[in-house]
Every structure is written in C-alpha cells, then in structure tokens.
Design a protein around this ligand. Sequence first.
Ligand code: UT7
Length: 324
Amino acid sequence: MTIRAVLRGVGHYLPERVVENAEFEAWVDTSDAWIQSRSGIERRHFAADGEKTSDLATKAAQAALENAKLDASEIDAIIVATSTPDNTFPSVATMVQGALGANSGFAFDVQAVCAGFVFAMANANALIVSGQAERVLVIGAETFSRIMNWDDRTTCVLFGDGAGAVLLEAQEGKGTSEDAGILATDLNSDGRYRDLLYVDGGVSSTQTTGVLVMQGKEVFRHAVEKLARTAHTALDKAGLNAGDVNWIVPHQANFRIIKATAQKMNLPMDQVVVTVQDHGNTSAASIPLALSVASEEGKIKPGDVLVMEAIGGGLAWGSVVLRV
Ligand code: UT7
C-alpha cells in the first residue's frame, strides 16, 4: 500500500485594489506597452493599508476548506509559503491557525521565495506519506507591495499581492503513476546566485525590512534554463513524460518565461495556465492562485496530470507532479 497526498480542495483570495499598468506611468518612467511586452503583466492587486499576509492567507484557506467541504478542526497541519510575513515571528501559519480556530495540529512557514509553494508542497507530501499528518493546508501568501522600491522601475511594476491555498489529504494508492495525488517532487537551490534576487534588509543585518533588488536579465536566463529541466526531472521520477501532462501550472513571473518553458517541454500554450496578466508576480502565491483560478474556470478535470514549476531568490527552484 502506498500513501498519496491527494488534492481535496483549492481556493484563493485577491485584495480588492486593482492597479493597472497605466498607474505606474505617473510614478516612474515606464509605459503600459513596455510592461506588457516585456512581462505579459496588465494589472495586479495590492493589499489595503493594514491588510496583512495572514489576512490574505486566512481567506484563501477558508476558500480551500469550503471547496473541500471540511472544517478547520479537521486539519492536522498548516504550511504557509511566504517571504513577506506579518511579523518576524511567529509564523504566518500560526496566525492563520489562530484565525481559522484550528487549535490542534501544527503550523509553520516555509521561505523559498517564488519557489516557496513548490517547497511547501514537497514538505506537505513528506508529512503525509510518512504518516505524520493526514490533512495539510498548504498556502502561498504574499504582500510583495510592502517590499517594493517605488523608485526602481525595473522591479516595482512586476509584483503583486495575493494568496492561494490547497488542501492535501492522505489517500491509499497503488504506487503507480496512475494514482491520484502527488506523484513526484524535485527541489533545488544554488546559493552562489543569492545576489541575483534579494531584499536588502533584514533582522540580523540592518534591522529594517529592506526592498527587493533584482538582476532581472540574469534571473530570466536561469529561469529559462532551469524550469523545463526540473519539470522533466520530476516527471521522470513519477514515471511519466511531457506527453502525459494535461496542464503546466507555472510560477507567474513573466509570460515570456512561461512560454519558453512550455516550448522546451513541447507543450502548446493551451495546456498552460496563465494568470500573470491579471496578478503580476505574486511570488509564493502565484501557483496556488493560478491553480484555483483554473479550477474555478473548469479547466482542470479529475485524472489530469499537472506540473507545477517555479524559480526565485536563492536561487531556489523546483517542481511538483500531481494527478488530480
Ligand atoms: O519571480 C522570481 C523570478 N523572477 C523572474 O523570473 C523575473 C525574470 N526577469 C524578467 O522577467 C525580465 O528580465 C524583466 C521583465 C525583469 C525585464 O525584461 P528584459 O527584457 O530582461 O529587460 P531588460 O532588463 O533587459 O531592460 C531592457 C530595457 C533597459 O533599458 P536599456 O538599458 O536597454 O536602455 C531597461 O532600463 O528596458 C528598461 N526598463 C524599462 N523601461 C520601461 C527596465 N524596466 C523598465 C520599465 N519601463 N518598467
């Protein structure tokens, strides 16, 4: 008997305020045309004053619980992937636990920047297959608008706020690639590239929050090279190949990266979930947000094989193969 971590529910939350590309034209030397042509982004959501990452995460979690028809008391663990926590500590996950009234089990955060959701899914999978938890809420939640340098046109136009959540549940499988649930994960990082994308402040360095700094062109080059490779590695581990994939659910940083990765995997764009135009780059929230939107649109069907892949600061990158 093989235990699999099966997708039981999905949900998301986006803050009310929508910021169109044109708004940035008043703040920095940019244009809607540049932003769209270089990134594919048309708009993004920004959290309201006082609206925190844990607020977004809690609403996404509630939507996933509702979708799964489960009560918060039935959850064993909560993992939040975020690089923009409300406070230095405690974890956003414990704040979500408190807000949901899920007073048993355990909760913790995972910080792997834009790859955070993939790393959190791999952790949740390990907890479930090892019998340490039966039901795990995995949430990606970010308020990147709080760490933008509003004078830096090369970064401030790219990011947005939001949260997505999935509910994973233990289920018996046969141990074959026909099983439902997470079939394989692949995680990587390479700290030699830590200066390509970072925040220039922190608890132990400046005692300030800092702002995001990115060498976009270099990160782009690594993304195009590494994302298809990690997807192929995970598919290989799952005993599948690209031809078995129904949907790529990629990290939504740049439409050109998403397209290049699909091309490298020989998959047409109508098998790729794309939400970057509406959300911008929401870091660890982008994959569960995209998954939830695609589910709402009825795109994802039972039995479908999904590949989620992401890369971000660290560099850290990886992928998850999941059959719905
Ligand atoms: O989620 C974590 C992972 N992050 C990513 O995957 C992001 C990866 N990188 C990217 O998506 C792209 O590199 C960017 C969208 C950030 C930039 O696109 P690019 O095609 O690599 O542009 P570039 O950096 O080469 O800049 C081209 C030109 C430059 O001007 P010069 O030097 O050619 O005169 C920039 O100064 O565009 C200029 N530029 C802008 N112009 C108008 C940069 N930002 C802007 C802007 N508006 N907002």
